[in-house]
Design a protein around this ligand. Sequence first.
Ligand SMILES: Cc1ncc(COP(=O)(O)O)c(C=O)c1O
Length: 402
Amino acid sequence: MSSASTAKAKNPIPVPPFERLAALLAGLEPGGDVIDLGVGEPRHPMPDFLMRALGEAQADFSKYPPIRGTEAFRGAAAAWLARRYPPLVEFPQGELGILPLSGTREGLFYIVFSAQARRCDIGHGAILMPNPSYHTYAAAALASGAEPVFLAAGPETGFLPDLGAIGEDTLARTVAFFLCTPANPQGVVADASYLEQAIELARRHDFLLIADECYSEIYTRGPPPGALEIAGGMGAGLANVISMQSLSKRSNLAGLRAGFCAGDPEFIEAFATFRGTVGPQMPLPVQHACAAVLADEAHVEASRALYAEKFDAADRILCGRLGYRRPEGGFFLWLDVGAHGGSERAVKTLWKECGVKLLPGSFLARDNADGTNPGADYVRVAMVHDLAVTQTALSRIAETLK
Ligand SMILES: Cc1ncc(COP(=O)(O)O)c(C=O)c1O
């Protein structure tokens, strides 16, 4: 047998960044009590009515939940969307598709299969995504047999992909575009004209714009515009546009595994049919609790105020250092550690010298054709703890990376 026939092909699915981080720090002792700012898991209070709401529907744990969600769930999601994005008030049921997701991550993964099926005339098409970005986008594209196309999203493009730089040949074979706004990890927000341009591209080339808006409710200046809001104001309904929403970040409920996607009703219907085979349904008591959580803004406002205090502290502690920018949205700092040996070295230094755990930017990015990695000079800082812990961690970072 030839070696070619016996050689095992390399698994193309990338190893998740947190597994890589565990391997990077394995065997290294932390140089202080540990503060984990690596994972984006909000530690703010959960809505205090959550358990009551879950309990109200606990008998329904005995039932298989409907994949399309209950009317009450969809109604609560539609009402929230209409409050947050006024043009959607105009959209009657049927023109705004809504589907529950068991956490947005699974939805972001499975959606590429339906996006590909939607353009089966293209075959295994291209899926566009910022580089760096949330690791599930690339994993989903690769698992589905699509070609991930990594669009530069560093300082040279204002940390968002340059839409004018995407080649016509690429656009012609594109089936979907993941756009994260507010962006993880960069913290920038796509403004209304950027979103309009992205929607125009999606419609001209008939691909799906998947706006990952998981961080839409965390901001310190003004509420970021949403893709459905902009599409709703452009005419042509919500064709080609999907928004992904998560209660993990908005409502500090990462463990509930709850989110939803909304938008293009024709696509949402096809996605629901696909999910009827493979999608993890959201348990009925969770749907019931989500409806209550979506109807309440008080806990979201309280959480936002806590983030604002922490970003004020970051302004004081990090101003003028490590390329610090206050993020426009989301809860990550994206610090430039190029002068400190780059992302992996800086993460190891911080761990060993002061016990602060961060995520290397290189783990969120793919290598460019020339072998450089656009995240290699950065570390991601998740501002998820309370003010006192966050201040201590930021001071340690500033002190260690002087
Ligand atoms: C950009 C982005 N999208 C989606 C998710 C998934 O969120 P969840 O599955 O908790 O809803 C995350 C989680 O960190 C994220 O950062």
